[in-house]
Design a binder for this molecule. Sequence first.
Ligand SMILES: [Zn+2]
Length: 159
Amino acid sequence: MLKSCLNCGVEFEGASQARFHSDACRKAYARRELGRMDGREPGQSRTGEEVGQALSAHQEQLIRDAFGYAASESRSKAERDATARRITGKVSLPLTEEEYVRRTVAEALAYSVSIGETDAPVKIGDYEHTNRRTDRLRRAGAYARWRWAGFHAGEIASL
Ligand SMILES: [Zn+2]
């Protein structure tokens, strides 16, 4: 099938999906398109900050077209982003009640430690307080279970 190269316009014999007459034209075209979308002249370099920015789906498709990803790399950008998040642990697993309670109690324990609270008796006025830390953790656990039930009954907007 006679085709016209998208980059240089030369006519060439290629498969129906072929768009460039050579690899060099494929790469040159992608470089120029990327530069154009950035609003700068071809060859003008990017700043470090810009390099760190996420590519748009269109930009990324251009790069994939130009540099020919392996056939296995056919997932969409959204799919690959999801995989990346999973690998880097940035996706939150569904929380169970036990895990929610455990975290809430752990936070309460961290707070208790941070203020120097213990279970040792402390006299405040005429009253001697004991088991302050244990009581705090018990209250935190009960509160977490109450919130969990309320959240799943639709009575509390968020955990
Ligand atoms: Zn060409």
